[in-house]
Ligand binder design. Structure first.
Ligand code: APR
Length: 250
């Protein structure tokens, strides 16, 4: 059902303990393609061939062709007005945490300090063999066919959760705690297609949180747990909610 900005702003102000749960849709205006629908990344690359850990270990050279494309877009991306709005909400003491499925690091660039990276971060490299870690840089993308571990010579990968890998234990635990404790969860730009991440809003709802959803189209959350559905682009809607709270992006 439709709702207006005033009701959502009122909720954020009155209820307190607000947590945001974000997906690729919040980074679309930063130039990073979403995964599903329209120009989604998975329309171009089969995730089972390019985003599964077994495919990576079998042929790192092939997977790195996609990783270089993603890395190039991510390293050049800037926070969207939606990311910046969440940063302002935290500064104003109106947002406790951001649980993100995204790996682009844009929430931290927008000023959020309590960011739970449920699927890791593409700006770090990790060795699946000896767990060496280092920065993912422009230079990393120049090393062909792929960067290798200085310690054990295995193919390095971005520190992101591939299909078939476990969610980082600390991220999983922190997300569970925040979801269970929050009074309001604002779901921004996610299709709710991937588990266990998509369990997070259900946990919040079961524990009594009010669910606000911002998306350009309905999702499985909308017809089940969403209390307030605000249709539209995150970079239009979140700044509008900020204005209702007497705050602005500047
Ligand atoms: N504003 C708000 N929502 C938007 C916008 C926008 N400007 N543009 C797109 N969306 C919505 C789409 O309607 C869709 O519901 O963002 C969502 C993007 O969905 P996905 O591409 O499936 O991205 P996400 O939900 O984050 O995927 C979850 O899947 O492949 C894995 O690990 C990957 O973290 C990712 C996970």
């Amino acid at each position: 059902m439709e709702t207006d900005y005033r009701q959502v702003a009122q909720l954020i102000k009155e209820q307190g303990n607000v947590v945001a749960f974000t997906g690729a849709g919040i980074s679309v205006e930063s130039g990073i393609p979403a995964f599903r629908g329209g120009q989604g990344l998975w329309e171009k690359y089969d995730p089972m061939e390019y985003a599964d850990i077994r495919a990576f270990l079998r042929s790192p050279e092939k997977v790195w062709t996609m990783l270089r494309e993603m890395g190039d877009v991510i390293l050049r991306a800037e926070p969207s007005p939606a990311h910046k709005a969440l940063g302002v909400l935290e500064k104003a003491g109106l947002l406790n945490a951001v649980i993100t499925q995204n790996v682009d690091g844009l929430h931290q660039m927008a000023g959020n300090t309590n960011v739970i990276e449920y699927h890791g971060n593409h700006r770090r490299l990790v060795c699946p063999g000896c767990s060496y870690t280092g920065p993912f840089t422009e230079e990393s993308m120049q090393v062909l066919p792929y960067p290798v571990c200085a310690r054990c010579q295995r193919a390095l990968k971005p520190d992101v959760v591939f299909f078939g890998e476990q969610i980082p234990v600390s991220a999983s635990a922190r997300a569970g705690i925040e979801a269970a404790a929050c009074k309001v969860m604002i779901i921004v730009g996610t299709s709710g297609a991937v588990y266990p991440a998509a369990d997070i809003p259900f946990t919040a709802s079961e524990k009594g949180a009010t669910i606000v959803e911002i998306n350009v189209s309905p999702t499985p959350f909308t017809s089940s747990i969403t209390n307030y559905f605000v249709e539209g682009s995150a970079s239009t809607i979140l700044p509008r909610i900020l204005n209702e709270l007497g705050l602005d992006l500047a």
